[in-house]
Design a protein around this ligand. Structure first.
Ligand SMILES: Nc1nc2c(ncn2[C@@H]2O[C@H](COP(=O)(O)OP(=O)(O)OP(=O)(O)O)[C@@H](O)[C@H]2O)c(=O)[nH]1
Ligand SMILES: [Mg+2]
Length: 636
């Protein structure tokens, strides 16, 4: 289904509201003050049945200079516009201002309607039409039909309806298969029902009962009831105007300018990276850090424009800026906006959001400009790749990427698959969680791990490697998580590192002993072999020989680390095979007799009480045995 929203635009009193009434039979000026003063103040909403039976939403905007901000809250939802110019007055200031705004916001379809045709002579009408055609050259309305009508006599209205029918038939469908977004343009309460918000669903679809989040505050709610054009519906689609009854929300928790979207879809921001253009017919020049009004979605807020590559921006010029906001908002890449001067208020330009969650940018920085260029003109997959590259360090999962990219999971998945297939992106899985890192980030990690380990092996040539914990914290800092294990395992698969439970080393690293160290090793192993179950202590081993003491300690440590020697106390070491034998002897005896005493083990091994005790205590520590009274039994 192809839903469309038709908006009006044009100078005050030129007949916008009257035209809508002539088309629909309904008056969109609903405020008392509007009726009393005969002008529109707020946005007016109704619907219009198109010739082919579809029902289009209508947004009627006020033309008064003071209410341009209300007009701005309405334009974001428009698929096509009726630019209204009164035949008796011709183009006036807000005709031009509205035209600029529509152009900046990116409205692509429209019809120019010359109203009050009944009030002027044909000759005058022809002149006004010529003037209008001249003025719309170079804008999106350049090829638009220009249709004279009288909302009073009805002349030309039929022709206009046909033109609307033709134009709406060709309007491209909005995207339903993405995260839904509704920019709130009204919020009010009805007693007995609670809080109602209205707005245009600019993307996706929503269902009754669905959970939603009010941004930027992050308040969660549920859609209790959903209406389109005053009728209850179960589902609403992009391009429709909606009224939503929000469960459990107080009137003061939501207002115009807020955004409704899925829970977790947006990261509120205080900065926006943008491409900004000033309109040609403004008298303003924007200086770096000028305070301006930003209109984005239905929101108006104040901000400062940090010009990233120049000191000032003149009429008709464009550049990259970082907008520093005075309050939080949410936006997506590609969102259009308008800026107005702080005072006096005038529409001076607008543009498009390139990065909705940027870091604070430094000015005149080449990398920043390159990044923004890519985000401006890159394909969605190139942009996704860039996002992953910039955020790999925080191990983004699919939900993070939804927030960072503004795309739904369904949109991201095929792109991620392609990036993984191309080996541009690597994915790591841990349990049900999956993260995505750029291969450039992974390569940097590999190089870093390599240099950390090379340095370690150089300093400790007799150690088999670095404790895994130490490497993990050197590489990932405090970023914990099971993904770091997965990444290390992947480095092992890539044959860069080897991992045992005790040490990580460079793949292929082997301890190489000098001839002296080799001699020391043989001396120690020989001594312990002869010692059997009553071996000399560490101090004794080291003090008896005439090698360098520190070198002996290193070799001893190495033999302990490699598992050839078992250290079971301050000063007590055994050859590993003797310790294992002692364990087996004890286990066998317990299995036969139910338990073992110190004296029995001492006799079975032919050793002294001191060694038997040390061995049993180590077995207790390792939970092979446990002590019950004076005896040991199996730990379980
Ligand atoms: N004769 C004649 N009068 C018209 C026509 N259209 C509008 N008017 C009159 O012009 C006046 C202003 O019309 P509105 O429809 O309120 O104008 P508007 O553009 O909605 O004004 P704002 O919303 O305040 O910007 C009203 O008195 C209308 O009756 C027309 O086609 N012919
Ligand atoms: Mg009006």
């Amino acid at each position: 289904m192809n839903n469309v929203i038709i908006g009006t635009a044009g100078h005050i009193d030129h007949g916008k509201t009257t035209l809508i009434k002539a088309l629909t039979g309904r008056n969109t000026d609903r405020l008392k003050e509007e009726q009393k003063r005969g002008i529109s103040i707020e946005l007016g909403f109704t619907y219009f049945d198109l010739p082919d039976g579809r029902r289009a939403g209508i947004i009627d905007v006020p033309g008064h200079e003071r209410f341009v901000k209300n007009m701005l809250a309405g334009v974001g939802g428009m698929d096509m516009v009726l630019l209204v110019v009164a035949a008796d007055e011709g183009i006036m200031p807000q005709t031009a201002e509205h035209l600029n705004i529509l152009d900046l916001i990116g409205v692509r379809n429209g019809i120019v309607v010359i109203t009050k045709a009944d009030m002027v002579e044909q000759e005058w009408l022809d002149m006004v039409m010529e003037d209008v055609k001249d003025r719309i050259k170079g804008t999106f309305l350049e090829d638009a039909p220009v249709i004279p009508v009288s909302s009073v006599t009805g002349e030309g209205i039929e022709l206009l309806v046909d033109a609307i029918g033709e134009m709406t038939a060709g309007i491209k469908e909005r995207n339903y298969d993405t995260i839904f977004r509704l920019n709130v343009d009204r919020a009010f309460s009805i007693s007995g029902f609670g809080t109602i918000v209205t707005g245009t669903l600019i993307s996706g679809k929503v269902e009754e009962g669905q959970r939603v989040c009010i941004y930027p505050a992050g308040i969660e709610s549920r859609i209790r009831n959903l209406q389109v054009h005053d009728r209850d519906v179960e589902v609403a689609y992009a391009g429709q105007r909606l009224a939503l009854n929000l469960a459990g929300i107080k009137r003061d928790q939501v207002e115009r300018g807020d955004v409704l979207a899925p829970v977790g879809a947006f990261l509120p921001t205080m900065m926006l990276d943008c491409r900004l253009r000033l309109v040609r017919d403004t008298g303003w020049t924007l200086e770096n850090r000028d305070r301006i009004r930003l209109h984005i979605g239905t929101k108006e807020l104040l901000c400062r424009a940090v010009l990233l590559d120049r000191e000032s921006l003149g009429p008709g010029e464009e550049c990259y800026v970082q907008l520093r906001l005075e309050e939080e908002t949410v936006a997506l890449r590609g969102d259009r906006f308008v800026i107005r001067s702080y005072s006096p208020m005038e529409t001076i330009g607008g543009g498009v959001v390139l990065e909705p969650n940027p870091p604070k940018r430094k000015r005149f920085n080449r990398e920043t400009i390159e990044e923004l260029k890519l985000k401006e003109s890159g394909s969605p997959i190139e942009v996704l790749e860039k996002i992953i590259n910039l955020n790999s360090g925080s191990f983004p999962g699919i939900h993070d990427l939804v927030k960072l990219s503004g795309k739904s999971e369904e949109e991201l998945e095929p792109m991620l698959e392609k990036l993984i297939e191309r080996k541009t992106v690597r994915t790591f899985q841990s349990g049900s969680q999956q993260v995505f890192v750029h291969s450039e980030y992974y390569s940097r990690l590999l190089a870093e791990a390599g240099s950390i380990l090379r340095e370690y092996h150089r300093r400790y040539p007799l150690r088999s490697g670095m404790p895994p914990e130490e490497l993990r914290s050197r590489l990932f800092g405090s970023r914990k998580g099971t993904f770091t294990d997965e990444i290390l395992r992947s480095m092992e698969k890539d044959e860069v590192i080897s991992i045992t439970s005790r040490a990580v080393s460079l793949c292929g690293f082997k301890i190489e002993l000098t001839p002296v160290q080799q001699e020391i090793k043989e001396y120690m192993l020989g001594l312990l072999e002869r010692g059997g179950y009553s071996p000399p202590g560490e101090g004794e081993i080291i003090n008896q020989a005439s090698y360098r003491k520190d070198e002996m300690e290193e070799v001893l440590d190495m033999l302990v680390e490699s598992g050839e020697i078992k250290r079971i106390g301050e000063d007590t070491v055994f050859l590993a095979k003797y310790f294992e034998n002692a364990v087996n002897t004890a286990i066998e005896h317990i299995k036969k007799e139910g338990s073992i005493s110190l004296a029995v083990l001492r006799d079975l091994l032919g050793t002294s009480r001191k060694y038997a005790m040390a061995l049993l205590e180590e077995m207790d520590r390792e939970r092979i045995t446990k002590r019950v009274g004076d005896n040991r039994v199996l730990y379980r």
